[in-house]
Design a protein around this ligand. Structure first.
Ligand code: SF4
Ligand code: SF4
Length: 182
């Protein structure tokens, strides 16, 4: 009995294989593209997914605004201009599952075909990150330069809005997983 129920509930897209963490980034991207081709329209038509995509877009806007208001954006541009620095180093792309990459496709983001900077993250473009839905370590990372220079109170609104972005993304991932049964 349990076996036959399990048979009916077979995952549509297996969580292992090319979409899983641990597989090469090119395979995770190919998995996301293939899911997007096969199930993108159905996912976007799901009312809960559509609602969460809209909520995520709004939730991801606030931290960007608050980075400007708090002075974090200035620190980062100065770091990029004067120190050639970016904290988007090679290897961070390995935190991104196929599912998170699929969510970027649902948000209308194309995925890159190659790495631009040999020392940088695979998703680092010429003017910054190419993704809309980012891993939690990308959303809330602030280096010591920033935490020393900017008062904690000025960072509080940014932290709060990042929490909202992370929470909404979690719900979105869960819903997409449920629709795909993976
Ligand atoms: S977080 Fe720090 S290391 Fe990263 S870009 Fe901004 S200032 Fe530079
Ligand atoms: S913010 Fe974007 S480019 Fe930077 S490490 Fe994260 S995924 Fe890579």
């Amino acid at each position: 009995m349990a076996e036959s129920r399990a048979g009916k509930r077979r995952p549509e897209f297996t969580p292992g294989g090319n979409g899983s963490l641990g597989s090469p980034v090119a395979e995770r991207i190919a998995w996301a593209e293939s899911c997007y081709r096969e199930a993108g329209a159905r996912l976007s038509a799901d009312p809960a997914v559509a609602d969460l995509l809209a909520r995520f877009r709004a939730a991801a806007e606030a931290p960007r605004r608050r980075m400007l208001e708090s002075g974090v954006a200035d620190c980062c541009s100065e770091c990029g201009l004067r120190e050639g620095g970016s904290c988007c180093g090679r290897g961070i792309e390995d935190r991104y599952s196929g599912l998170l990459l699929l969510i970027n496709r649902l948000l209308g983001r194309p995925l890159p075909g190659e790495r631009l900077d040999p020392a940088g993250c695979f998703f680092l473009g010429r003017t910054g990150c190419l993704l809309s839905a980012r891993h939690v370590i990308c959303i809330n990372y602030l280096c010591a330069k920033i935490t020393h220079r900017i008062d904690p109170e000025r960072l509080t609104p940014l932290r709060e809005s990042e929490g909202e972005e992370i929470g909404t993304l979690f719900l979105l991932e869960e819903r997409v997983r449920k629709v795909l049964r993976c």
